[in-house]
Design a protein around this ligand. Structure first.
Ligand SMILES: *Cc1c(COP(=O)(O)O)cnc(C)c1O
Length: 385
């Protein structure tokens, strides 16, 4: 069989300005990075608190590698569940105020695993139409009746919930929408779910570390408990600066995942040293409030600057600050212009975002400086002129 049909699809993607290419990073993740041999100022990582390259986190990883070696060596249910994993699970349970937490190797796998463990053919899943791809994939793969509700719209959700006779009902939403930066309307979504006897699952990949006094994310921000949000997912590759993910909830939920979540059972545990490093980043994330304060100040500075430039921002107070451009080719052009000025901002295009809403996804980090944000604003002024 020839690969000619693949070539045609690749060409079509190129012609639509939707072709993706990778850059090669030659430095740690930081505001200033070395990319393909060039020093750039980056505004596109999810390292919101600057912990990915923190000396104490690195040291914890090194020490744990000396103690546990590198590979997890086996799945958790065979003999890959180390003391380092266990200690992190207990710390994450305490952090989220829930009886248990369970580690997964990635956020994508946590979402696939949780939804598939909870639902099957007799059930129904309700998803925000702008949910992260991993949540949509999870809902589509689990075999339950899959329904999307209007973005962040509790009434649209309630209408759909009222019409189902499914055995189990699961409502699934991002805590902070990853391409827009706005928060899920969790109090109202939780009320709608509860009224219909449905469970609410929140994936707070971008809220943990950034929102709430202690970095407890959307549920801390909205002061919601386990009866509002019974299934809470966090990822460790963003504000935590490491890798992996967790689900936090009741004893029954976590035991169900251990028994039935295939992405938990049939995969090697994350390297134990990564779990040990995350224990250190969790401490920094909770204790160092200055990181959240600094981030908020930079977000304010950036938004004010954009307003003065007449740029269209989205309704977001999180470190995700997309500038809406619309046309994919135009978004690429601006991103390339910024790159020529040694500034690295990702252009996000369909199908990652809806048609006609291509955007520059600017993300800020607590370790950016005010001067660096000013440099970005200057570069944006000339690139969008
Ligand atoms: C990044 C992200 C994930 C995936 O997490 P990984 O650990 O990178 O696989 C899941 N959900 C949301 C909302 C995300 O932004």
């Amino acid at each position: 069989m020839s690969f000619d049909t693949l070539g045609a699809d690749l060409l079509a993607r190129k012609e639509a300005s939707l072709y993706r290419e990778r850059r090669t990073l030659q430095s740690p993740q930081a505001p200033e990075v070395l990319v393909d041999g060039r020093r750039c100022l980056a505004f596109c990582s999810n390292d919101y608190l600057g912990l990915a390259n923190h000396p104490e986190v690195i040291r914890a990883l090194q020490d744990a590698a000396n103690q546990y070696g590198v590979g997890g060596g086996a799945s958790h249910l065979v003999n890959g569940h180390s003391q380092a994993h266990h200690a992190l699970e207990e710390a994450l349970a305490e952090f989220t105020g829930r009886p248990r937490a369970l580690l997964f190797s990635t956020g994508y796998m946590a979402n696939l695993g949780a939804v598939n463990a909870l639902l099957s053919k007799q059930d129904a899943v309700f998803e925000d139409r702008l949910n992260h791809a991993s949540l949509l994939d999870a809902g589509l793969l689990c075999g339950a009746r899959f329904q999307r509700y209007l973005h962040n719209d509790p009434e649209s959700l309630a209408q759909k919930l009222a019409r189902t006779e499914a055995r189990r009902k699961l409502v699934v939403t991002d805590g902070v929408f990853s391409m827009d930066g706005n928060l899920g309307n969790l109090p109202e979504l939780a009320a709608a779910a509860k009224a219909a006897g449905a469970w609410l699952m929140v994936d707070d990949a971008h809220g943990f570390g950034c929102l709430g006094q202690q970095g407890g994310g959307c549920v801390e921000y909205f002061n919601l408990g386990m009866d509002d949000v019974p299934v809470l997912v966090g990822t460790l590759g963003k504000a935590f600066g490491t890798a992996g993910a967790f689900v936090a909830g009741s004893e029954e939920l976590i035991e169900t995942l251990i028994q039935f979540a295939r992405t938990y059972i049939y995969t090697t545990s994350m390297p134990p040293a990564v779990a040990a490093a995350t224990l250190t980043s969790l401490r920094l994330l909770r204790e160092e409030n200055w990181r959240r304060d600094k981030l908020n100040a930079l977000v304010g500075q950036f938004r004010k600057g954009c307003e003065q430039l007449g740029l269209t921002l989205m309704d977001s107070f999180t470190p995700i600050q997309p500038i809406v451009i619309g046309d994919a080719a135009r978004a690429m052009q601006i991103s390339q212009n910024l790159e020529a000025q040694d500034i690295f901002v990702g252009a996000i295009r369909p199908p990652t975002v809806p048609q006609g809403t291509a955007r520059l996804r600017v993300t800020l980090s607590a370790v950016h400086t005010e001067e660096q944000v000013d440099r970005l604003l200057d570069a944006l002024e000339s690139a969008t002129r």
